[in-house]
Design a protein around this ligand. Structure first.
Ligand SMILES: [Cu+2]
Length: 120
């Protein structure tokens, strides 16, 4: 029992130790996509693979974001961020692990889209 408790404490400590400096280091330079007046801004954002991307909802209502890879044929491929509920006045971060062109779309507001290009 004692061993298990210690393991949990060690794992938690490691996660905090490993997580916080990385998050802060990237956070300072995180490219930001703003949701305002039912639009994403900028319309096109270039990010690095693995870099944290911040989404800020400045509207006084919810958005629901889905980020989908675009295929070479212009269709939609894998979903990279699945239907995130963006509460008013909040922000969150995500990252893209694969280079390519992605669409960010709000599932609640027709035509609310932007492009994210992930480069190495
Ligand atoms: Cu929306």
């Amino acid at each position: 029992m004692k061993f298990r408790t210690n393991c949990t404490a060690i794992v938690t400590a490691c996660a905090l130790f490993a997580g916080i400096p990385v998050a802060v280091a990237h956070d300072d330079e995180a490219p930001t996509i703003t949701e305002e007046d039912i639009e994403y801004s900028p319309e096109e954002q270039v990010v690095h693979v693995g870099q944290l991307v911040r989404v800020i909802n400045k509207d006084p209502f919810e958005h629901k974001s889905r980020v989908t890879e675009q295929t070479d044929e212009g269709g939609l491929g894998l979903i990279a961020l699945k239907d995130h509920v963006d509460k008013p006045g909040t922000s969150y971060i995500f990252k893209l692990d694969k280079p390519g062109t992605y669409e960010i779309r709000c599932l609640l507001h027709d035509g609310m889209t932007a492009t994210i290009k992930a480069v190495k």
